[in-house]
Design a protein around this ligand. Structure first.
Ligand code: F6P
Length: 344
């Protein structure tokens, strides 16, 4: 009997754990007599018919590496090329497709929901994908943030400085909140809770006489009440064109001027995406990969593997295609920060 063939695609910005998904899906499917093909560079690999066969020796041990064996892209989309995309996919003669991606990737797959047999696996360091309460890559990114704040606190205290640590996250503050909380930052600023400038100044002023250093975790999309986010530049062919960045530097200069307290800023940038996956992310991708492969074996298409109520579950893939999941302004983690006396 002819073996069935499954394609595996990683789309959007890379996130630690993508290789774990590739290894666990491939191993489970090969065990079950499937042929597995990796699609190169996200959707571009479908348009360019660029595939590699994934064999055991190619995937063995890659779970511990960041990046993605297949390459990815956060610039390619299917918009305006829907017919071509469908044709190109049909030419590949695959029996189904497993896609690990974020909001851009799943939005781009919306027109094909009933036309291509797909299984979705949610991925993003931003943790803002709808339909799931956790995405892989988030735990690793948070650990980069908290490690940075914990170590920068030493130099802040040595020099009596404010240090502002800027995280990624676009419009979602999960990473600054998670990483800032885990490192007990003195202030955590997220886009979902625009901050009051006067209140922030008076909070820091009060601390100036009580402690030598002051640590701020700020998400790149954060704003003061009534102000606009700091856009660093635009990527013209990207589905989400604006790249946020630079708010921490502006804040450092502003705080120095207002408080006469020396300030420095650190932008963590892509370090948050490139760290080796934590054990939590490895378990998550191992489990999600096996579950995604099981959905393939059951031919239970147009489903996604999601994390809800502390468990991995199955949901309609359309659940991943909604608007981004932002931090509810009164989220439990916000309340925990308030209990600790953190400015948020
Ligand atoms: O969505 C993931 C993300 O890392 C965001 O947190 C960040 O704003 C953006 O991608 C950066 O994109 P690029 O890799 O194009 O610089």
């Amino acid at each position: 009997m002819k073996k069935k063939s499954i394609g595996l695609l990683t789309g959007g910005g890379d996130a630690p754990g993508l290789n774990g998904i590739i290894e666990s899906c491939t191993r489970t499917l090969i065990q079950n007599n499937f042929l597995v093909y990796g699609i190169k560079d996200g959707f571009e690999g479908i348009f360019n018919q660029d595939l590699i066969q994934l064999t055991l020796d190619k995937v063995l041990g890659i779970h511990s590496e960041s990046g993605t064996l297949l390459g990815t892209s956060n610039k390619s989309s299917t918009k305006g090329y829907e017919e071509k995309f469908l044709k190109c996919f049909e030419n590949l003669n695959l029996d189904g497709l497993i896609v690990a991606g974020g909001d851009g990737t799943f939005q781009a797959l919306r027109p094909f929901e009933q036309k291509i047999p797909i299984i979705g696996v949610p991925k993003t360091i931003d943790n803002d994908l709808s339909g799931t309460e956790l995405t892989f890559g988030f735990d690793t990114a948070c650990s980069v943030v908290s490690d940075a704040i914990d170590s920068l606190r030493y130099t802040a205290q040595a020099h009596r400085r404010i240090i502002i640590v800027e995280t990624m996250g676009r419009t979602a503050g999960w990473m600054a909140l998670g990483g800032g909380l885990a490192s007990y930052a003195d202030a955590i600023l997220i886009p979902e809770r625009p901050f009051n400038k006067e209140a922030l100044l008076s909070f820091i002023k009060h601390k100036q006489h009580l402690q030598r250093g002051f640590m701020i975790a700020i998400s790149e999309g954060s704003v003061a009440i009534g102000e606009q986010p700091t856009v660093a530049f635009q990527v013209s062919n990207s589905p989400e064109k604006e790249r946020f960045g630079g708010v921490s530097e502006l804040m450092a200069r502003w705080l120095e001027k207002e408080l006469n307290w020396e300030a420095r800023h650190v932008i963590l940038g892509h370090l948050q995406r490139s760290h080796a996956p934590t054990t939590t992310d490895r378990f998550l991708t191992l489990n999600m990969g096996v579950e995604a492969a099981k959905l393939v074996l059951a031919e239970n298409w147009n489903k996604a593997v999601v994390y809800r109520n502390g468990q991995i579950q199955t949901a309609p893939i359309s659940n991943l295609m909604q608007a981004p999941r932002l931090v509810p302004p009164e989220h439990e983690w916000v309340q925990k920060a308030q209990s600790l006396g953190i400015f948020i």
